[in-house]
Structure formats: structure tokens, C-alpha cells
Ligand binder design. Structure first.
Ligand code: F0G
Length: 467
């Protein structure tokens, strides 16, 4: 029987989300004054990417590379073997990955997008197509860089913020089968992102992974997982999928990997480290080419752009992340924040995702039109009121002007992404309490105009003024 969140008991279900760790090293929580936050906003042109981290109280920009590592991880780093070739740390890392995934071939990289660049430059040619539920931005960009097309086939519920479907990350199996049938000759590999970051950190069911696996196999298309949040996905499967509750999360994760031919992994998420990644593959057909490219751009095959201490930290992190008490806490945190916001009348994408809560800024600020960036206006308000740094995923990122007419993004979202093991429930309670002020001041929130528009990836460096 599954233990209830963190109590260690099977009979009690505490309401409190207790962090399943004690704190050994602490860091300052910056508390810039309100005046200072106002000044920072002006100086940064209302773009939170341009605000210094020491001016941010709660940094929810990303869950990537922002994990607090454990004493075991730091300890392992101290005993790392920094040999250029064949280090003991690589052996340890390889053993953990093989045990978890069942894949025999491992290619370490410095982060997820380096894995993407290697795999895609080895396998893609112009005109090819790669299906997935949703491709993450860097995945899409690396596919397009090769002249190929990234095709999203997520189920319809995955595009509807209000839908409470338990597996909104699922790929549409009917569309996938048809897509593979029509394009078989130009699909060098098929993908699935677990959890689906682009769709709100939503999980993919095991049944759907099995279905995608069968379709890819039928069409003889290698199946590669984007597995950076595999543990969170496996926990959702255990919690929500009929018949899965009695299994361990590790067992579910193993079955998930076993259904694919390989994976790409940004270890900065569910390997609980600040840097790292890898490709792992069942068969060796692509391995020689990939290792050749790895040597060319990342490093020797037994360290791939990392220090051996990073390999040690990943090896420990990949095991720690499957502790069910940790995952129960992790998933409860996003759910708690979403409920806290919803109770105050701040709408979020339903249900809460694994690593983040996505606020629906269009629904919360209906008077601000898309061309005045309601998402960015809310990002600014969260910082002004509470010192929170969040990220707009809306018309700043995806909108454009064509023939004097503004083309908005389909949704105006603000992502609050939660670093792993960094903030506590009292931080969350403090934030939810402070959000009352955001709601009370809602009518005062002003739209923005973009006064500096960089040509590429403009959300990182654009500057704004009040509209
Ligand atoms: N795939 C997914 C699903 C991701 O979420 C990310 C990164 C990557 C690949 C690329 O990995 O950053 O190690 O190169 N997501 C981060 C985020 C940046 O904030 O969601 P990376």
C-alpha cells in the first residue's frame, strides 16, 4: 500500500505537505524593498530576465538546473575520479543509467540541448519530419536547424487549459498512426516528451506510451523519449492510471524506458543536478557516429562535456529522484500552489503540472488585450508585489506583427516553475497570502508595449514600457 505524503504511515493522511528532508546548508533569501523592486523593473525594461538574481526573493523562472543537491550528491562529488578516459565515475554513472533504462549505450552531454543537437545532426536531413506530443522549444529549434519539421500531435484536451483530463500530455494515437503511414519515408525517429513541458507539465499515461511504442514499431520508426521529467511522469502514472497504484515508481519508469528505443535527457530536471545530460540507446547502430560527433564538440565519450564530479552527482540524483516520498511531496507542491491561487480567483491551467503552475493571464486580466501582453503584465505584478520571478509564455514569446496586424499567441500564460528541494511550504503559504494583494490590485495592473524587439528569441532581451 502506498504511504501517505511523508507521514511514513499508511493509516494517516496529513494535510500538511512536509518537506521529506532536513536542511543542512542555507542560502540568503533576498528581500529587496518595494521601492527597489520598482527601480529594478524600470532598469530592466520590465523584463525579468534582465533583473539580477540577488534582487529576486522567489525564483520560479525555471526548474532546470536549479535543484538543491543532497549531502549524498555532494559527498559523491568529492570522491569523483577526474581521469580523462574511462574514469570510475563514468562506470558508476553508466551502471545507474543501464539499470534504470535497460539501454546499453550511453553518451553523456553537458545538457539536454547538446543531446538534441548531436542526435539530430546525426539523423536528420532537410525535409524530414519528427512527430511528438509537443516538442520543447530547444528540441524544435534543433530540428528546424537541420531543415526538418517538428510536428506536434498532442490530444485535443492538451490544448484546452480548463480540461481536467488526467493525462493531457498524451499523443493522439489515431493521428500518429495516420501521420506515420503517410510520411514513413521521411520520419527518421519519433518522439514523446514526458512530462509534456510545453503543454503545462502534463503527464503521458503508460497506456499512451505503450500505444505510441506499438505504432512506431509497426512503422519501423525508432522511438526516442525526451525523458527529462521521467520520474514526475511515472509518479503521475502511479497516482492516476487505473491498475498502476501498487507498482513502484521505479518499476513504472523502467517499463516506460523499455517501451522506447532510447532517450534524450536533460539531467538538470529529474536527475537533480545543476548541469548534465545524456543520450541512451538500446541498439548500437547510431553510437559510433554519435560518439564521433561527441568527441568533436563535447568531449571524450566517458565525460562528454562534464566533469566526473557531475557524472557522480547525476548517478546519485537518478536514484534519489525515484524515492516516492520525495515525488509525493514534489507533486503535492504544484497542486498546493495551484489550489491556493484558484481559491483566490487566479485561474491556472488544469490540473496542476508536475514541475510548474501555469497562470491563465488572459482569463485573469481580460481587460488587457493581447497586444499589451497580459502575461508579461502579470509577471511584472508578481515581482512588484512579492519579489517573484516567473516567465511569460504568451504573446511576448510567440506573438508577431504581420501587415500592421498583431498575431497573438493562442494562450497568454505565466509559468511559475518550481526548483526541486529549494523552497518550503511556508514560502508557498507566504506567497499565497501575498497573492491576495495581487487580486485586490487587479484593476490597477497596466498593459505593456514592447519598445525594444530583438530579432531572435526576443523574450530574453526585449524591453517594455507601460502601455
Ligand atoms: N526538453 C525539455 C522537455 C525541456 O523542458 C528542456 C529544458 C530541454 C529539453 C532542454 O534541456 O535546458 O538541459 O538544454 N527546459 C528548461 C525549462 C530550459 O525551463 O523548461 P536543457
Amino acid at each position: 500500500m502506498a504511504t501517505s505524503i511523508n507521514s511514513g504511515d499508511t493509516h494517516r493522511k496529513p494535510r500538511t505537505i512536509m518537506e521529506p528532508f532536513k536542511i543542512k546548508v542555507v542560502d540568503d533569501l533576498p528581500f529587496p524593498t518595494r521601492e527597489r523592486r520598482e527601480a529594478n523593473l524600470l532598469e530592466a525594461g520590465y523584463n525579468l530576465f534582465l533583473v539580477k538574481a540577488r534582487e529576486v526573493t522567489f525564483d520560479f523562472l525555471t526548474d532546470s538546473g536549479t535543484t538543491a543537491m543532497s549531502a549524498q550528491q555532494w559527498g559523491a562529488m568529492m570522491v569523483a575520479d577526474e581521469s580523462y578516459a574511462g574514469s570510475k565515475s563514468y562506470e558508476k554513472f553508466e551502471k545507474v543509467v543501464k539499470d534504470l533504462t535497460g539501454y546499453q549505450y550511453l553518451i553523456p552531454t553537458h545538457q539536454g540541448r547538446a543531446a538534441e543537437r548531436l542526435l539530430f545532426s546525426a539523423r536528420l536531413k532537410p525535409g524530414m519530419k519528427i512527430p511528438s506530443n509537443n516538442h520543447f522549444d530547444t528540441t524544435r529549434a534543433n530540428i528546424e536547424q537541420m531543415g526538418a519539421e517538428a510536428v506536434d500531435l498532442v490530444i485535443e484536451e492538451g490544448k484546452n487549459p480548463a480540461s481536467t483530463h488526467p493525462f493531457k500530455g498524451n499523443i493522439d494515437l489515431v493521428k500518429l498512426d495516420e501521420f506515420c503511414r503517410l510520411n514513413r519515408d521521411v520520419i527518421p525517429l519519433g518522439m514523446l516528451t514526458i512530462t509534456n513541458n510545453t503543454g503545462g507539465g502534463q503527464p503521458v499515461s503508460l497506456e499512451n506510451i505503450r500505444g505510441a511504442s506499438a505504432i512506431y514499431r509497426k512503422h519501423q520508426i525508432p522511438f526516442i523519449l525526451d525523458a527529462c521529467r521521467f520520474a514526475e511522469n511515472s509518479y503521475f502514472v502511479k497516482e492516476r492510471e487505473p491498475g498502476q497504484n501498487e507498482r513502484t515508481v521505479k518499476d513504472i519508469a523502467k517499463e516506460t524506458f523499455g517501451l522506447a528505443d532510447g532517450c534524450m535527457m536533460s539531467a538538470k530536471k529529474d536527475a537533480l543536478v545543476n548541469i548534465g545530460g545524456f543520450i541512451a540507446l538500446k541498439a548500437n547502430d547510431w553510437v559510433e557516429t554519435l560518439r564521433g560527433l561527441l568527441i568533436l564538440t563535447e568531449g571524450f565519450p566517458t565525460y562528454g562535456g562534464l566533469a566526473a564530479r557531475d557524472l557522480e552527482a547525476m548517478a546519485v540524483g537518478l536514484e534519489e529522484v525515484l524515492e516516492e516520498r520525495y515525488l509525493a511531496y514534489r507533486i503535492a507542491v504544484s497542486r498546493y500552489m495551484a489550489k491556493g491561487l484558484n481559491d483566490l480567483g487566479i485561474p491556472t491551467v488544469q490540473p496542476a503540472g508536475g514541475h510548474a503552475v501555469y497562470v491563465d493571464a488572459k482569463a485573469f486580466l481580460p481587460k488587457i488585450p493581447s497586444e499589451q501582453y497580459p502575461g508579461q503584465a502579470l509577471v511584472v505584478e508578481f515581482y512588484r508585489t512579492l519579489g517573484i520571478r516567473s516567465c511569460e509564455i504568451g504573446s511576448v514569446m510567440f506573438g508577431s506583427w504581420a501587415n500592421g496586424k498583431f498575431q497573438p499567441s493562442a494562450m497568454e500564460l505565466v509559468r511559475l516553475a518550481f526548483p526541486r528541494r529549494v523552497y518550503t511550504q511556508s514560502h508557498f503559504d507566504y506567497i499565497i497570502e501575498g497573492m491576495e494583494e495581487v487580486v485586490a490590485n487587479k484593476s490597477q495592473i497596466r498593459g505593456l508595449k514592447m519598445v525594444h524587439t530583438p530579432p531572435f528569441l526576443r523574450h530574453f532581451t526585449a524591453r517594455f514600457d507601460l502601455a
